[in-house]
Design a protein around this ligand. Structure first.
Ligand code: UDP
Length: 340
C-alpha cells in the first residue's frame, strides 16, 4: 500500500488516480485544511480494478497522527505532497511554512524510519532554484531559493540526502514547474481558496460572477512583455510519480528531476489560448508586476526523460480545456450547494 500525504489536494488527488490505475492500493493522509472531503469521496468511489482507497484524517505536525497510519496499514512507500505552497504567504508568515512543511516532513520521515519504510517520492519545486541564472533550467542549476516556500522545499531535499546517507532512506525529488489542467474524466481538479494561479484565474473570470482577470506586469524582458512559464499537465505530472516509485522499487538510488515541458508560454499566450479554447472574449485588467515573479522559468526535462522514461504528452490547450471543464463543474456544484 502506498501512503499519499496531501492526497485530497490538487496534485495529490490526480496522483491517487494515477497510482490506482497503475495497480497500487492507496491510503490518503490529509488534514483537509486545503484538501477537500468531496475529493476524498470521489477518489474512494473510483472503481479501478478493485484497488483500495483508504483515508486517514490527520496532521503531519502531530506525530501521533502520522504514526497511526503506519499502525493501521503496511506501507510500502510514500508519495509526499502535504505542504503549504503559496509564495507570498510564505514570506509573510515563515513560521507557518517551516512548521508545516519542514517539521511536518520530519515527523513523516520519523514514522517511516520507525516502520522501516525506505522509499519516498517528494513533491519539490522549481522555486528551489530561485532567480534563474540560465534557462532552460536543468538539475545542475544552483539552488538558491528567494522565498520561504522554496527554502522549505530545499531544506527537505537536503534532509532527505542526510537520511539516505545515515539511514538508507531513498528519495526521488520531483521539481515541478507550473502545473496545469485537470483530470481528463473531470473527476478532480484544481480547487484552491483563494485561487492565485494563472489558468484557473483566467477561466474563473469567464463564469457569471467571476472577477475580471488581472494580468500582473507587461514590462518584463520577454517576447511580449509578460512572464514566461513552463506549464506541465497535471496528469503527465502524476505519471512521473508512478515512474519515480517504480524507479525506487527497482533499486534506483536517491535522485531528483525537473518536471516540465522544455517550452515556455507567456501570460499573454496563455490568455489567448484560454480565449480560443473557451470561445469567449475574456476581459482583462493590466496590473503592475506581482512581487517576486521572475521573468522566465523553463525546465530542461532531459534527465527525467532519460532516467525515468517519462515524457509529457498533453498540450497547453488540453490543460486549459480540462481546467475549464473542471471550473464549470465546480461553479455549478457550488451554486446548487452540492459542495461547501
Ligand atoms: N498571473 C497573472 N494573474 C493571475 C495569476 C498569475 O498575471 O491572476 C501571472 C503571474 O504574475 C506569473 C504567471 O501568471 O507571471 C504564473 O503565475 P502562477 O501564480 O500561475 O504561477 P507561479 O509561476 O507564480 O508559480
Amino acid at each position: 500500500m502506498i501512503l499519499v500525504t496531501g492526497g485530497a489536494g490538487y496534485i495529490g488527488s490526480h496522483n491517487v488516480i494515477a497510482l490506482l490505475d497503475a495497480g497500487y492500493d492507496v491510503v490518503i493522509f490529509d488534514n483537509l485544511e486545503l484538501g477537500h472531503i468531496e475529493t476524498v469521496e470521489t477518489l474512494k468511489n473510483i472503481n479501478s480494478n478493485g484497488r483500495v482507497v483508504d483515508f486517514v484524517k490527520g496532521d503531519l505536525q502531530n506525530l501521533v497522527d502520522i504514526k497511526s497510519v503506519f499502525e493501521k496499514h503496511k506501507i510500502d512507500a510514500v508519495v509526499h505532497f502535504a505542504a503549504y505552497s503559496q509564495v507570498a504567504e510564505s514570506v509573510k508568515n515563515p513560521q507557518k511554512y517551516y512548521f508545516n512543511n519542514v517539521y511536518g516532513t520530519l515527523n513523516l520521515l520519523c514514522a517511516m524510519l520507525e516502520n522501516n519504510v525506505k522509499r519516498i517520492v517528494f513533491s519539490s519545486t522549481a522555486a528551489t532554484y530561485g532567480e534563474p541564472v540560465y534557462v532552460p533550467i536543468d538539475e545542475k542549476h544552483p539552488q538558491m531559493p528567494i522565498n520561504t516556500y522554496g527554502k522549505t522545499k530545499l531544506m527537505i531535499e537536503n534532509i532527505m540526502d542526510d537520511y539516505d546517507k545515515a539511514y538508507g532512506l531513498r528519495s526521488v525529488r520531483l521539481r515541478y514547474f507550473n502545473v496545469a489542467g485537470a483530470d481528463s474524466q473531470n473527476r478532480v481538479g484544481e480547487w484552491h481558496e483563494p485561487e492565485t494561479h494563472l489558468i484557473p484565474n483566467i477561466l474563473k473570470s469567464t463564469f457569471s460572477g467571476g472577477k475580471t482577470f488581472q494580468m500582473f506586469g507587461t514590462d518584463y524582458p520577454t517576447k511580449d512583455g509578460t512572464c514566461v512559464r513552463d506549464y506541465i499537465n497535471v496528469e503527465d505530472l502524476a505519471k512521473a510519480h508512478v515512474l519515480a516509485l517504480k524507479y525506487l522499487e527497482n533499486g534506483g538510488r536517491t535522485n531528483f528531476f525537473n518536471l516540465g515541458t522544455n517550452e515556455g508560454n507567456s501570460v499573454k499566450e496563455v490568455f489567448s489560448s484560454c480565449e480560443k479554447v473557451t470561445e469567449k472574449e475574456i476581459s482583462v485588467e493590466i496590473k503592475p508586476r506581482r512581487e517576486g515573479d521572475p521573468a522566465t522559468l523553463i525546465a530542461d526535462n532531459k534527465k527525467a526523460k532519460e532516467d525515468l522514461g517519462w515524457s509529457p504528452e498533453r498540450s497547453l490547450e488540453e490543460s486549459i480545456l480540462t481546467a475549464y471543464n473542471w471550473e464549470d463543474k465546480l461553479t455549478k456544484s457550488i451554486k446548487i450547494g452540492c459542495i461547501k
